[in-house]
Design a protein around this ligand. Sequence first.
Ligand SMILES: NC(=O)c1ccc[n+]([C@@H]2O[C@H](COP(=O)([O-])OP(=O)(O)OC[C@H]3O[C@@H](n4cnc5c(N)ncnc54)[C@H](O)[C@@H]3O)[C@@H](O)[C@H]2O)c1
Length: 253
Amino acid sequence: MTDMAGKVALVTGAAGGLGRATAQAFAAAGASVVVADIVTAGGKDTVELILGAGGEATFVECDVTVESSVRALVATTVATYGGLDYAYNNSGIEGHPAPVAEMTDAEFRRVMDVNLFGVFYCMKYEVPEMLKRGGGVIVNCSSTAGLRGYAGMTPYVASKHAVAGITKAAALEYATQGIRIVSIHPAAIATDMVARAMAESPDMAAAIESMHPIGRVGEPREIANVVVFLCSDGASFMTGSQIVVDGGALCHG
Ligand SMILES: NC(=O)c1ccc[n+]([C@@H]2O[C@H](COP(=O)([O-])OP(=O)(O)OC[C@H]3O[C@@H](n4cnc5c(N)ncnc54)[C@H](O)[C@@H]3O)[C@@H](O)[C@H]2O)c1
């Protein structure tokens, strides 16, 4: 098992879903975890789950679309636990599906604000703290939608491709300074986001259920385990990579 004792991990969007599972996995590995989300109740529940299992965690309310909020999040992380070693920039929204000709400007920007600018602001304030420690690992949450198209989801697909792009550029910038930066690309994982998507229409539900050759949707812990591995020394030669965790979904082309 990965030993992260003495390390500090920051997870955004950790009020539920993939973020909560990953915060729990970091804590189980021994890291102190900052649980960040715009939703306070769920974030505090995540902290309670971690404390109840014998781990260490603190909740910080943060809106990743607001630069000053992200700056304050990272400052609070350092003030609370003394530094930052690992970050999982996970906050994201799927947006309301519509063909591009019917997509509103406001909706496109809303999705880009959370999924792209949120990741940009996080990296901007995480990197300097990791440089002070002599290194660290950032995992940015993209999607299989960062590697292929999905009809009706232009802003989501654009934002997730952009996450892969800024991950690669930033990885190059800090590769010699001990900071590894990768993106993770899940297919459908059983969270509130997928439940909302499946509720859109029976066709959507059927498409999601049948997209994985492995025969089921994924579980949040199956992403969390990979994020923790990517942050571990076992992944020491990985940076700038796009890590697909998709039950074989992209094998369909
Ligand atoms: N579930 C999937 O199938 C799947 C697949 C591929 C990628 N993803 C990505 O994984 C990430 C997590 O998704 P999830 O499935 O756990 O969804 P989720 O809706 O359960 O969780 C997303 C979290 O992000 C938080 N959030 C939203 N806007 C925010 C903001 N402005 N500031 C801070 N936090 C904010 C939400 O409050 C929520 O807790 C997202 O980036 C999503 O795009 C999910």
